[in-house]
Design a protein around this ligand. Structure first.
Ligand code: UDP
Ligand code: MN
Length: 368
């Protein structure tokens, strides 16, 4: 006779084998590598063998494996979540004193624990301005893969466009992430203006109004579609009580924009472009708590190229730079990068006389 605990373990192990077999078949990403990159501190784990050098199955490994199947095969978000919950509840139970998960003895207790794990995380709202161009889908693809590694994300993707782009909606649906696909065209008076334009401002203000109308707690962050984000960033900014500030790489000629900390104290800003700004920071260099935004009903981003961040942070008044929380291990780590993608011209039209009835017709619909 097999012990009930062993039985449950065996069933769960077979389930995992099927999943891992599927994802090896897909031959796309080593999700176990991603999970270990994610760091053991976020992910509770059980050991399948002994403690020394054994392979760890983490909560994140399970989620990533199931989501990879979802991403490749297009499972519905509901079914994906059910499989994740079932695997977690069969396999894992959160220990009371640390992050370590130990094998579950009874199904009901593990379900209760699972709820506790999910309930402790407040949502992280990611406000992403985007617009139709050759690089849009590749940028959003890259970004979605980052966000898929983070728990309890609510992605607000806001297009500078009069109509939502179908390809963007399809991409968002495939991610399995919780998302809103909104539109907020830049007003013509700024669009037609010569020189630097206030890029992404209408989109971000639309994101703010969505949060005011729909969110009560958690944190929001303005994340442009072309930047690069370390997944540790999201763990950090979740803790924002009011406003957090942190370093951003690849900004201006200094290659860096950051608060300056000396002997544990904030003493000023390092940024290649000060220009009289009270908050000389990059858009990717701060996060704000939703509750704090609700306490600042007039906060808004101005249509002023180069002064969007400063204008928004000033509009949070009363709020001084010294009151900020300094993240990124007290501003010692770069966790966001102001990467910029080379601009590509729209592709030439397809010659339908030559290429009609070929795969190129479908491919052309996927590029700009
Ligand atoms: N953006 C937009 N409409 C535009 C230009 C840009 O919505 O006409 C978005 C873009 O997708 C990005 C953000 O605004 O998320 C900042 O734009 P960009 O990356 O071009 O600015 P940079 O980083 O060079 O300052
Ligand atoms: Mn950019």
């Amino acid at each position: 006779m097999m012990k009930p605990t062993m039985k449950v373990g065996l069933i769960a192990f077979i389930g995992l084998c099927v999943l891992f077999y599927q994802y090896h078949l897909s031959n796309v990403v080593r999700y176990d590598q991603l999970a270990s990159f994610n760091g053991a501190d976020s992910a509770a784990f059980i050991s399948l063998e002994d403690d020394n050098g054994s392979r760890k199955i983490t909560e994140d490994t399970i989620k990533n494996a199931v989501r990879s199947v979802q991403y490749i095969k297009g499972l519905s978000p509901d079914i994906t979540e059910l499989i994740i919950q079932e695997l977690l509840s069969q396999l894992l139970i959160k220990s009371t004193h640390d992050n370590t998960l130990t094998p579950s003895s009874t199904k009901s207790s593990s379900l209760v624990d699972l709820k506790q794990v999910n309930n402790t995380l407040e949502p992280l709202y990611i406000i992403t301005p985007t617009y139709r161009r050759s690089e849009q889908i590749p940028e959003l693809t890259r970004m979605s893969h980052t966000l898929m590694l983070v728990d309890n994300i609510h992605w607000l993707v806001i297009e500078d466009s009069k109509i939502p782009t179908k390809q963007v909606t399809q991409l968002l649906e495939r991610t399995g992430l919780k998302f809103e696909h909104l539109i907020a065209p830049m007003p013509d008076k700024y669009k037609l203006k010569k020189g630097a334009k206030p890029r992404g401002v209408s989109n971000r203000n639309r994101g703010l109004s969505w949060i005011r109308a729909n969110a009560t707690d958690g944190v929001f962050y303005f994340a442009d579609d072309d930047n690069t984000y370390d997944i540790d960033l999201f763990k950090e900014i979740r803790r924002t009580k009011k406003v957090s500030l942190f370093p951003v790489g690849l900004c201006t000629s200094y290659g860096l924009s950051s608060p300056i900390i000396k002997n544990g104290k904030f003493i000023g800003f390092y940024d290649g472009w000060i220009a009289g700004r009270k908050f000389p920071v990059d858009m990717a260099g701060f996060a704000v708590s939703v509750k704090f935004l609700h306490q600042r009903p007039n906060a808004i981003m101005p249509y002023r190229a180069g002064f969007e961040e400063d204008g928004f942070l000033r509009s949070l008044t009363p709020f001084e730079p010294t009151e900020a929380e300094f993240f990124g291990d007290n501003c010692t780590r770069v966790l966001a990068w102001h990467t910029q993608t080379k601009k590509n011209n729209p592709s030439l039209p397809l010659n339908m006389k030559i290429h009609n009835n070929t795969n190129l017709v479908q491919l052309k619909q996927q590029i700009v």
